[in-house]
Design a protein around this ligand. Structure first.
Ligand SMILES: Cc1ncc(COP(=O)(O)O)c(C=O)c1O
Length: 364
């Protein structure tokens, strides 16, 4: 079997795979309503929120679009705090729907600086919302969301958070950190297949939603809420993915969120220690290195494309390359969801063999 170690989709436990072979049911019937209500209640616990949580059929990007179109009107100013590919994507969605995006970018590989956010908000008092990526999957960096949130709330702005590759794996207490809309995706740390975006909506986000004029239909939170009150989703949901998530959430709750967060911290450390022991350098600033994905710089003659190919073909280890301008410059190990220390060790052992075959000369 392949050791699939990209930052999502991830391998799934047998119980979750079995859940996906269940027969279809009426998505407007009682049985589906019970599953949806239970999944929603479990998600609220894991988001650490008393606010609303909706299950949307779509990928994480759909959830980001939902966050934008339910919060903003064309012409609204938004501050885009971006540290990589996914921060840029969040900003592009806002721009596409007519927001005036004020970019606040940081060098890729580094985390955002809360003081710079403060200065930007001082300079632009009309900003309506701040867009932040909690865990930037393209660079392997986790932002200090608590500090950024404290600044955003000093200025009483809406906080829209891409937590697609962090929620459920890295601590993110949604209410305590005053996140207004928080988005995650089923294929990341949730031990579920792709197909669902899960979003939380605060009271402040509902107030903004009442006046938000961006066009929306499929992603309208008002429709999601009124259908959820009847145990339904507005549109036909990805029932199979919901079956899977319903089982994986029970497994997650049985392990316990604090234990899962601690396991990801151990795995992140093991991945970082492992690659460094081979003479590789981390791409991310280690003080903010992510516990769900490790990005490694291509140095000392390493041909990452050749390395990824040999790993895949000869060792059944599947890692990710770099995206956009990082293509060929970094590679990434995903360590989120259903994963143990042994899985990381298999990756490190395979890398040890393959690195010299792909041109790497440590310290050259
Ligand atoms: C931080 C982050 N944002 C957004 C996305 C996009 O999610 P999707 O591919 O599910 O649309 C991803 C997926 O890799 C991600 O890691």
């Amino acid at each position: 079997m392949e050791n699939l170690r990209i930052p999502g989709p991830t391998p799934l436990p047998d119980e979750v795979l079995r859940a996906m072979s269940k027969q279809m049911i009426n998505h407007r019937g009682v049985e589906f309503g019970q599953i949806l209500n239970e999944v929603t209640a479990n998600l609220k616990q894991l988001f650490q929120t008393k606010g609303d949580v909706f299950l949307l059929t779509g990928s994480g990007t759909g959830g980001l679009e939902a966050a934008i179109v339910n919060s903003l009107s064309p012409g609204d100013k938004v501050l885009s705090v971006s540290i990589g590919v996914f921060g840029e994507r969040f900003a592009s969605i806002a721009q596409q729907f007519g927001a005036e995006v004020i970019p606040l970018g940081f060098e890729w590989g580094k985390a955002a600086d809360a003081d710079a956010v403060r200065q930007a908000l001082r300079a632009e008092p009309k900003v309506k919302a701040v867009l932040v990526t909690h865990n930037e999957t393209s660079t392997g960096v986790t932002n200090d969301l608590a500090s950024i949130s404290a600044v955003v709330k000093e200025f009483d702005k809406l906080l829209l958070v891409d937590a697609i590759s962090s929620l459920g794996s890295i601590n993110l207490p949604v209410d305590e950190w005053h996140c207004d809309v928080t988005v995650t995706g089923s294929q990341k740390g949730w031990m579920a297949p792709p197909g669902l975006a899960m979003v939380s909506v605060s009271e402040g986000a509902w107030r903004a939603q009442a006046n938000a004029k961006m066009p929306r239909f499929y992603w309208d939170f008002t429709r999601a809420k009124s259908y959820l009150e009847r145990g339904q989703t507005p549109w036909t949901p990805a029932i199979t993915a919901v079956y899977a998530l319903s089982v994986s959430l029970k497994m997650i709750l049985a392990e316990g969120l604090p234990n899962i967060i601690a396991r990801h911290a151990r795995l992140g450390q093991a991945a970082r220690d492992g690659v460094k022991s081979l003479g590789l350098n981390l791409f991310a600033d280690e003080s903010h290195a992510s516990n769900t994905v490790t990005a490694i710089a291509a140095s000392d003659g390493l041909d990452t494309k050749k390395m990824l190919k040999i790993l895949r073909e000869e060792h059944q280890v599947v890692l990710a390359g770099g995206q956009q301008s990082l293509d060929g410059k970094i590679f990434r190990i995903g360590h989120l969801g259903w994963i143990s220390e042994d899985d990381i060790q298999r990756v490190i052992s395979a890398l040890k063999v393959v690195l010299p075959q792909a041109g790497f000369r440590s310290g050259s």
